[in-house]
Structures are given as structure tokens and as C-alpha cells.
Design a protein around this ligand. Structure first.
Ligand code: NDP
Ligand code: GDR
Length: 357
């Protein structure tokens, strides 16, 4: 049985990857942080109590900012594969917490790689680094490929740039099997609620049910290449199954604006948006005249990444990559799930009211 260690297992990708690898017959070890509230919602369905036998998932406390915990877990688990998905992954938040972001997203990668090396695992353990299209930032060519120059535009992207290059360096210096997946935005019904796609589908579902009156957004002209997380984690695994380690762009090759995402999600929920005004004055109205979308400049970033579009030709050729989920299917799944979640919330509130009588 192969053993994989996943940092960031409680996040969106960690949950999809763990499920994917368990189906492949792996035993999974995951690194979770200590938090005051439960943070395992996304993986609870995969977990079995350690007191019962036959589980495929073991969780360890650890933190990307704490070498001692990473070293302990690596030495205990001696994994065949390490997937480094842990990161302070919110671009806007990285402007608020730049030093912490650098510590976890840049030095954290070094801690894992060095941990593998000094534990004598450099030959055995294959390493995946969650690199990002944010590296391209102020884009130098379109579409972006593995050879497009980087120009990071946020503390997050600058930290990830270090992560990218230290992964390449450990591959070249120590012959480690270490790969970068340069993944473009990927979403799902379990996407964090503050990323723009989930913020939109969740808010529109709640507006439809009368639970929220308006959605405030930042730059609606931003263009992104959005795929489905479920499709992308398969590529993370495939990158570690090749003869030689390499870096790959994973993207759909299709681009939409934030505004188009709003329109697509609204259409899925049988809502129609009429736009009026431009810039910070832009507003979205329902046919009955209610204003439900407004711009809040507070969501503008000090330096923005205006446009990203990936060219996945190399992954297509070498990994047999083709995205399975279309933009429309992705938006539809997210909108449907958020509508169901909002309906369940209403039902449980009604249930609670009933039990008061
Ligand atoms: P999420 O934000 O959903 O998950 C991040 C994970 O990292 C969570 O499990 C989080 O724990 C954990 N984490 C954060 N800080 C630390 C820390 N200091 N120590 C240990 N664990 C930590 O991100 P995604 O799943 O969307 O993304 C996975 C990775 O891929 C990230 O590195 C991200 O930067 C990168 N990426 C993501 C893309 C996307 O579109 N989703 C695109 C390209 C790259 P907790 O649950 O406790 O918060
Ligand atoms: P991104 O994702 O920054 O691309 O990083 P996000 O969904 O946060 O933003 C996408 C674009 O939408 C614009 N935007 C808003 N964004 C947020 N979060 N909230 C808003 O209200 C809003 N309004 C407009 C943003 O300005 C931006 O242009 C994600 C993360 O998963 C990273 O970890 C990953 O590396 C990259 O994708 C690829």
C-alpha cells in the first residue's frame, strides 16, 4: 500500500485529493492545524475513528511555520509521496498578513523539502508543490505556459515564487523527484466562502431565498481561467507518477470575467441581472427593480491581477490532460449546492422555532 502525506488536507484541494487517493488504495496521512473550532468539515466523510480498525486516513497536528512538527510527521510516516497543499491561500489577505504568508507559503515549502532531505527520504519520497497562476501576475504573454516569465503581484504570489524555485532547486541540487503544478483557479462546492466564485453562488442563493439582500464585490472586470478542483487533483497525482519530475500548467484554456460568473450563476438560479452604471457606480438589478449587486472598493487589491488564461498543451500531451467539467457545469454545481445548503438552513431554523413551542 502506498503512503501519501498531504499538507493542507482540510482545504478544498486536500479534501478532493485525499478522497481520490483513498480510492486508488493509498493510506493517507494529513497535516492539520490546531484550531479552536473543528476545521475538518471537508474530510469528515473520509475519517474513521482511530479506535476502530480499517481506516485509510490518519491526521497529525502540524503547521507549515513549525519545522519540528513537519520533521516529526515526515520521520514517522516516511511517505512515498508528499503533496504540499498547505498555504495562506487568499491573495487579498496576503496584503494584510504579508509576513505570515511568506512564512507559511515560502519558508514552509523549504521546511518540507529540507525535512525530506535530512530524514534520508530524498530518494524515496516524491514531492508535489502547489504552485499557482498568480506567479504570472502582470502577464507577459497570453496564454500563459510553462515558459512564460513570472511577475508576481501580491505578497502571496511572491511567497509562492520562492516555493516554486526552491522546489526546482531541490530537484536539481539533490536529484529529488519534485514537481510544480502551476494550477489556474479551480473551484467547487467546497471552495472557501471568501473566494469570489463561492461568494457569488452562496450570496445569490441566499438572495433568492430572501436570506440576504445584496452582494458586494470588488473588481468585476478581472478575467480568470476557472476549472473544477476535482479534475485538477487528478493532475497533481499524475505529475508524481511520471518517469521524470517536471513542472506543468493546469488550466482549461477558457477565460471569463467575474461579471460573467455572476451572470452564469444567476441564470442557474433563474435570476436575471440587469446592469447599470460603470466603475464603482456599477449595480446589478433584478427584474423587479431590487438592487442586489454593488461594488465595494474595499475589495479592490493594492495591485490586481487583471487577466489569467492558461495553455495546458504540455499537460495535455504528457499527462493526457483534458478538463472534464465545463464552466457552465462548474457554476451549475456550485449554485445548486449553495441553494440546497441555504434551503437546509431555513429548514433547520424552522425546526428550531418549532421546538420552542
Ligand atoms: P484552501 O485555502 O482551501 O486550503 C488551504 C489549506 O492549508 C487548509 O487546509 C489550511 O488549513 C492549510 N493551512 C493554511 N496555513 C497553514 C499552516 N500555516 N500550516 C498548516 N496548514 C495550513 O486552499 P485550496 O485547497 O484552494 O488550495 C490548495 C493549495 O493550492 C494552496 O497552496 C493554494 O495556494 C494553491 N492553489 C490553489 C488554487 C485554487 O484555485 N484553489 C490555484 C493554484 C494554487 P485550515 O483548514 O486550518 O485553514
Ligand atoms: P484569486 O481568487 O485571487 O484569483 O486567487 P479570488 O476568487 O479571491 O479572486 C478572483 C478575482 O476576483 C476579483 N474579485 C473578488 N475576489 C474576492 N475574493 N472577493 C470579492 O468580493 C471580489 N470581487 C472581485 C479579485 O480581485 C480577483 O481578480 C485564487 C486563490 O485560490 C489562490 O490561492 C490561487 O493561487 C489563485 O486563485 C490561482
Amino acid at each position: 500500500m502506498k503512503t501519501a502525506l498531504i499538507s493542507g488536507i482540510t482545504g478544498q484541494d486536500g479534501a478532493y485529493l485525499a478522497e481520490f487517493l483513498i480510492k486508488k488504495g493509498y493510506h493517507i496521512h494529513g497535516i492539520r492545524r490546531r484550531t479552536s473550532l473543528f476545521n475538518t468539515d471537508r474530510i469528515d466523510h473520509l475519517y474513521t475513528d482511530p479506535h476502530e480498525s480499517g481506516g485509510s486516513l490518519t491526521l497529525h497536528y502540524g503547521d507549515m511555520t513549525d519545522s519540528s512538527s513537519l520533521l516529526r510527521v515526515l520521520q514517522q510516516v516516511q511517505p512515498d509521496e508528499v503533496y504540499n497543499l498547505a498555504a495562506q491561500s487568499h491573495v487579498a489577505v496576503s496584503f494584510e498578513e504579508p509576513e505570515y504568508t511568506a512564512n507559511s507559503d515560502a519558508l514552509g515549502v523549504l521546511r518540507l523539502l529540507e525535512g525530506i532531505r535530512i530524514s534520508g527520504l530524498a530518494e524515496k519520497t516524491r514531492f508535489y508543490q502547489a504552485s499557482t497562476s498568480e506567479l504570472y501576475g502582470l502577464v507577459q504573454e497570453t496564454p500563459q505556459t510553462e515558459t512564460t516569465p513570472f511577475y508576481p503581484r501580491s505578497p502571496y504570489a511572491v511567497a509562492k515564487l520562492y516555493g516554486y524555485w526552491i522546489t526546482v532547486n531541490y530537484r536539481e541540487a539533490y536529484g529529488m523527484y519534485a514537481c510544480n503544478g502551476v494550477l489556474f483557479n479551480h473551484e467547487s462546492p467546497v471552495r472557501g466562502e471568501t473566494f469570489v466564485t463561492r461568494k457569488i453562488t452562496r450570496a445569490l442563493a441566499r438572495i433568492k431565498l430572501g436570506m440576504q439582500s445584496a452582494l458586494f464585490l470588488g473588481n468585476m472586470d478581472a478575467l480568470r481561467d476557472w476549472g473544477h478542483a476535482k479534475d485538477y487533483v487528478e493532475m497533481q497525482w499524475l505529475m508524481l507518477q511520471q518517469e521524470k519530475p517536471d513542472d506543468f500548467v493546469i488550466a482549461t484554456g477558457v477565460q471569463y470575467s467575474v461579471r460573467q460568473f455572476v451572470e452564469a450563476a444567476a441564470a442557474e438560479l433563474d435570476m436575471q441581472i440587469r446592469w447599470e452604471g460603470t466603475g464603482v457606480e456599477e449595480k446589478g438589478y433584478l427584474p423587479d427593480g431590487r438592487c442586489i449587486i454593488e461594488v465595494d472598493p474595499g475589495y479592490f487589491r493594492p495591485t490586481e491581477v487583471e487577466t489569467l488564461l492558461g495553455d495546458p498543451a504540455k499537460a495535455q500531451a504528457k499527462l493526457g490532460w483534458s478538463p472534464k467539467t465545463s464552466f457552465k457545469e462548474l457554476v451549475s454545481e456550485m449554485a445548486r449546492c449553495d441553494l440546497e445548503e441555504a434551503q437546509a438552513e431555513i429548514r433547520s431554523q424552522k425546526q428550531q422555532r418549532k421546538s420552542l413551542f
